[in-house]
Design a protein around this ligand. Sequence first.
Ligand code: GRF
Length: 208
Amino acid sequence: MAEPVRVGVLISGRGSNLLALAEHRRRDPERPYAIVLAASNVPEARGLVLAKRLAVPSWTQSHKGLERAEFDRLLEAALVERRVELVALAGYMRLLSREFVERWRGRILNIHPSLLPLHKGLDTHRRALLAGDLEAGCSVHLVTPELDDGPVIAQARVRIHARDTPQSLEERVLAEEHKLYPLVLAAYAEALRAGAVDAAPLPGPALP
Ligand code: GRF
């Protein structure tokens, strides 16, 4: 069996998707990915506590007071040190710099709680309800420099009920996220290993 693809998960908060990705891998050690780092721009993120419980190494650095590109260079150094090959954004509430996204082209996935291209950005469930949508859902997509804009790889859908609130909708969509993301990450990792996706060469260690 080929070596699993080394994944770094980027979080800013709760970390329920990190947990889902890690649990799927734990239940099936033959999965083509292994989570080797949880990185956060929010030192007090609850997801970091989960990472510790899961025995996933973590890295954190507040972005406050740092230029975006400067922060992303520190982040990249942490990823390179753990020999990360694929980055999974999971509730990472920060736009990545263009330089970072270009250096990791084809190697960054994100999960977004809407049926993209609908409702990019925040507050997706409230906006789906206000728009009168009949369906909501989540999308896993490749990350490009523009927010929630890269090619969609897969989506899961739920029906919107008349009595839904943003909270009830979020619960149902989140349950779908936890099923969809591990499947897509596994499929993408396999394709990456097989050389079947267009991805930039791995960034090396920073020059002294
Ligand atoms: C999820 O809804 C995800 O789709 C969005 O941010 C939320 C993160 O939740 N990008 P969690 O931190 O994984 O629990």
